[in-house]
Design a protein around this ligand. Structure first.
Ligand code: NAD
Ligand code: DAU
Length: 331
């Protein structure tokens, strides 16, 4: 199989490419990525010389580049997105251009090239917040942030292309991923690296908001399962089944690093902050997929990775990230 991975220089996409090349010796992967602030070829250093792997620097909204890259492709997996909720609150335009318009450009090319599978990597955030119980794939979409609204817009385009043109699409909606190579704007890598640098950990609002955490390679295995065994036209929730509030996450990180709770700094809440995400993953589990890591194993592996890979995150934190953080916190 020859797979086009878009957004493969980001967090989940790079972990996915590594998994596919390890698992399937006869597969080829083309990685198309714009290399935004979140795209980083350091994430793929260990596989960049693999002859089954190639890289194209391009925007998924660039129809010409996408058309060229799609030639001879059996399956497309679209990870490319603007992915950070706080940045979407500061400026939604890039989110709409990539997550909605870019998805449309990919769908058009996939249709023209008659690809065998188009997988859209979406998020549990499209359902919105839920006080009790868990969302199934049949639930209505009620996104709260410009980010989740743009992801929902992408999902809607994908569903329309399946219904209208018979494009063989599948959507995955995963919960919060954590693990190696995550850009340090997200809570896990931000709090781990801040603690290692002796900086405060900015906890939003009450700290009681709940997310369901999945170790990144478990999500990648879920996507691989859906790619090979998912039902065409289907939607699959992929979650870890590890619901924890942010204060608990913060405490676990500090404990793992042997740091004190006085490193926590209470800061104003995120606008429109969803209180709780929860998804029912029985559809994905019915395909034979199940997460391989317990939450505790995932936390240990994640903390250890950032402790042992300062070369990776120190470069990021002294670059674009420093400006972003100053704008957020004035320091
Ligand atoms: P990320 O921000 O780490 O990486 C995004 C990648 O997409 C980067 O390499 C970036 O350069 C690339 N990109 C952005 N705009 C592009 C464009 N216009 N053209 C080409 N490439 C572009 O994101 P991530 O955390 O790896 O998330 C990957 C996907 O998974 C996203 O679609 C996101 O919505 C979804 N998702 C993420 C999580 C999570 O917890 N991180 C959970 C559920 C779903
Ligand atoms: O649920 C899946 C989503 O998870 C993905 O679709 C998104 O791409 C991904 O960014 C993530 O979104 P969240 O907003 O849940 O992740 P984030 O790490 O930004 O925040 C997690 C929780 O931690 C959230 O309740 C806000 C809180 N938080 C976050 C940051 C960055 C803080 O308290 N302080 C912080 O500094």
């Amino acid at each position: 199989m020859k797979i086009l991975v878009t957004g493969g220089a980001g967090f989940i996409g790079s972990n996915f490419i590594r998994l596919i090349l390890e698992k399937y010796p006869d597969y080829e992967v083309v990685n198309l990525d714009k290399l935004t602030y979140a795209g980083n070829l350091d994430n793929l250093k260990d596989i960049e010389s693999d002859e089954r792997y190639s890289f194209v620097k391009a925007d998924i909204g660039d129809a010409g580049a996408v058309d060229k890259a799609m030639s001879g492709i059996d399956a497309v997996i679209n990870f490319a997105a603007e992915s950070h909720v706080d940045r979407s609150i500061g400026g939604p335009a890039d989110f709409i251009m990539t997550d909605v318009f870019g998805t449309y450009v990919l769908l058009e090319a996939a249709r023209r090239h008659e690809v065998g599978r188009y997988i859209q990597i979406s998020t549990d955030e499209v359902y919105g917040s839920i006080a009790e119980g868990s969302f199934t794939e049949a639930d209505r979409l009620e996104p709260s942030s410009p980010y989740s609204a743009s992801k929902a817009g992408g999902d809607m385009q994908v569903m329309a292309y399946h219904t209208t043109y018979g494009l063989p699409t599948i959507i995955t909606r995963s919960s919060n991923n954590f693990g190696p190579y995550q850009y340090p704007e997200k809570i896990f890598p931000l709090f781990i690296t801040n603690a290692l640098e002796g900086k405060k950990l900015p906890l939003y609002g009450s700290g009681k908001n709940v997310r369901d955490w999945i170790y990144v390679t478990d999500n990648c295995e879920g996507i691989d399962t859906v790619l090979h065994r998912g039902e065409i036209g289907g939607i699959y929730n992929i979650g870890g089944g590890n619901e924890r509030d942010n204060l608990t996450i913060t405490g676990l990180i500090l404990e793992a690093l042997g740091k004190r709770e006085d490193m926590i700094e209470r800061v104003p809440d995120r606008l429109g902050h969803d209180f709780r995400y929860s998804i029912d993953c029985s559809r994905a589990r019915a395909l034979g997929w199940t997460p391989a890591h317990t939450f505790e194993e995932g936390v240990r592996a994640t903390v250890d990775w950032y402790v042992n890979n300062r070369w990776w995150w120190e470069k990021i934190k002294s670059g674009e990230f420093a400006r972003y953080y100053r704008e957020q916190y004035g320091k």
